[in-house]
Design a protein around this ligand. Structure first.
Ligand SMILES: NC(=O)c1ccc[n+]([C@@H]2O[C@H](COP(=O)([O-])OP(=O)(O)OC[C@H]3O[C@@H](n4cnc5c(N)ncnc54)[C@H](OP(=O)(O)O)[C@@H]3O)[C@@H](O)[C@H]2O)c1
Length: 245
């Protein structure tokens, strides 16, 4: 059964962050779909996956020269671009519980991966979309990036970087409407998903409502397929509902 019936056939998709939990599941869903002819996968950690429809490339999303070189190697047109990279924690960065933990280097790195990287991917890949006809650029954001919905506090850098990403996506959508009137640019919240990113924060309560990466990927692709140009600039949750700015 076709995965993306609203798209013109055959679909060419790009997944950025294909070594991640959600990004990898998105890549596998797209490779399995009969209506998807070609999948290009970019990842920082090299992929061992092999498939006749798959082209892979390693890059760091904070390095614009690498993004530009990878984009110039892509076979056009690109109908679907999904940016599934993100950073909440690593060996050095932990989400801040208090303002006392705010640190310039950690904030810069968090913004570089969560906000600047997706913006640079958009800069180099939106021109590869068809001039007319359906095309979607989606970047994975997070519900905690909603300013209106922030009642818990904490996670300063990650929240702020995702809020800034949402503003970048909104601004891209306004320019995109003038250049590619049928194209759509959105942010997507994948739900709470069982991946390396969420692992340190999982509890018995969250585990009950946590998705596997495969289930989240199927929800996200279904939301993408149902989007219309009027939805461009919004941030949508895994069930299609709007996340407030
Ligand atoms: N999991 C959740 O519950 C949840 C909830 C809300 C939102 N999200 C969002 O969903 C997206 C996917 O997250 P996930 O759960 O799949 O996390 P994940 O498994 O940790 O994957 C993150 C991906 O980002 C890549 N990445 C990080 N820094 C990079 C860089 N400088 N250059 C290139 N790639 C880089 C990682 O590459 P490496 O493999 O090389 O490290 C990995 O592929 C993120 O935007 C996240 O914020 C996740």
């Amino acid at each position: 059964m076709n995965l993306l019936p609203s798209f013109p056939l055959p679909v060419h998709a790009l997944v950025v962050g294909a070594s991640g939990g959600v990004g990898g599941a998105l890549m596998r869903c797209l490779l399995d779909a009969p209506d998807v002819e070609r999948v290009t996968a970019w990842s920082r950690t090299a992929l061992c996956a092999q498939h006749p429809k798959l082209s892979v490339r390693s890059l760091d999303i904070v390095d614009e020269r690498q993004i530009s070189a990878a984009a110039s190697a892509i076979v056009q047109p690109l109908h679907l671009i999904i940016v599934a990279t993100g950073l909440l924690h690593d060996g050095e960065i932990q989400p801040e519980k208090t303002w006392r933990a705010l640190n310039a280097e950690a904030l810069q790195r968090t913004f570089a991966v969560n906000t600047i990287g997706p913006a640079l991917v958009a800069k180099h890949t939106l021109p590869l979309m068809p001039r007319h006809g359906r095309a979607v650029f989606a970047a994975l954001s997070a519900k905690v990036g909603s300013i209106g919905d922030n009642n818990l506090g904490g996670w300063y850098g990650y929240r702020a970087a995702k809020a800034a990403l949402n503003q970048i996506l909104r601004t891209l959508s306004i320019e995109l409407a003038t250049r590619r009137p049928d194209a759509i640019c959105v942010g997507l919240h994948p739900g709470t998903v069982d991946t390396a990113l969420s692992q340190p924060f999982q509890s018995d309560a969250t585990r009950d409502r946590m998705f596997s990466p495969e289930v989240s990927a199927r929800h996200l692709l279904s939301v993408i397929d149902r989007l219309s140009p009027a939805d461009s600039g919004s941030v949508r949750s895994w069930d299609g509902s709007v996340i407030p700015p």
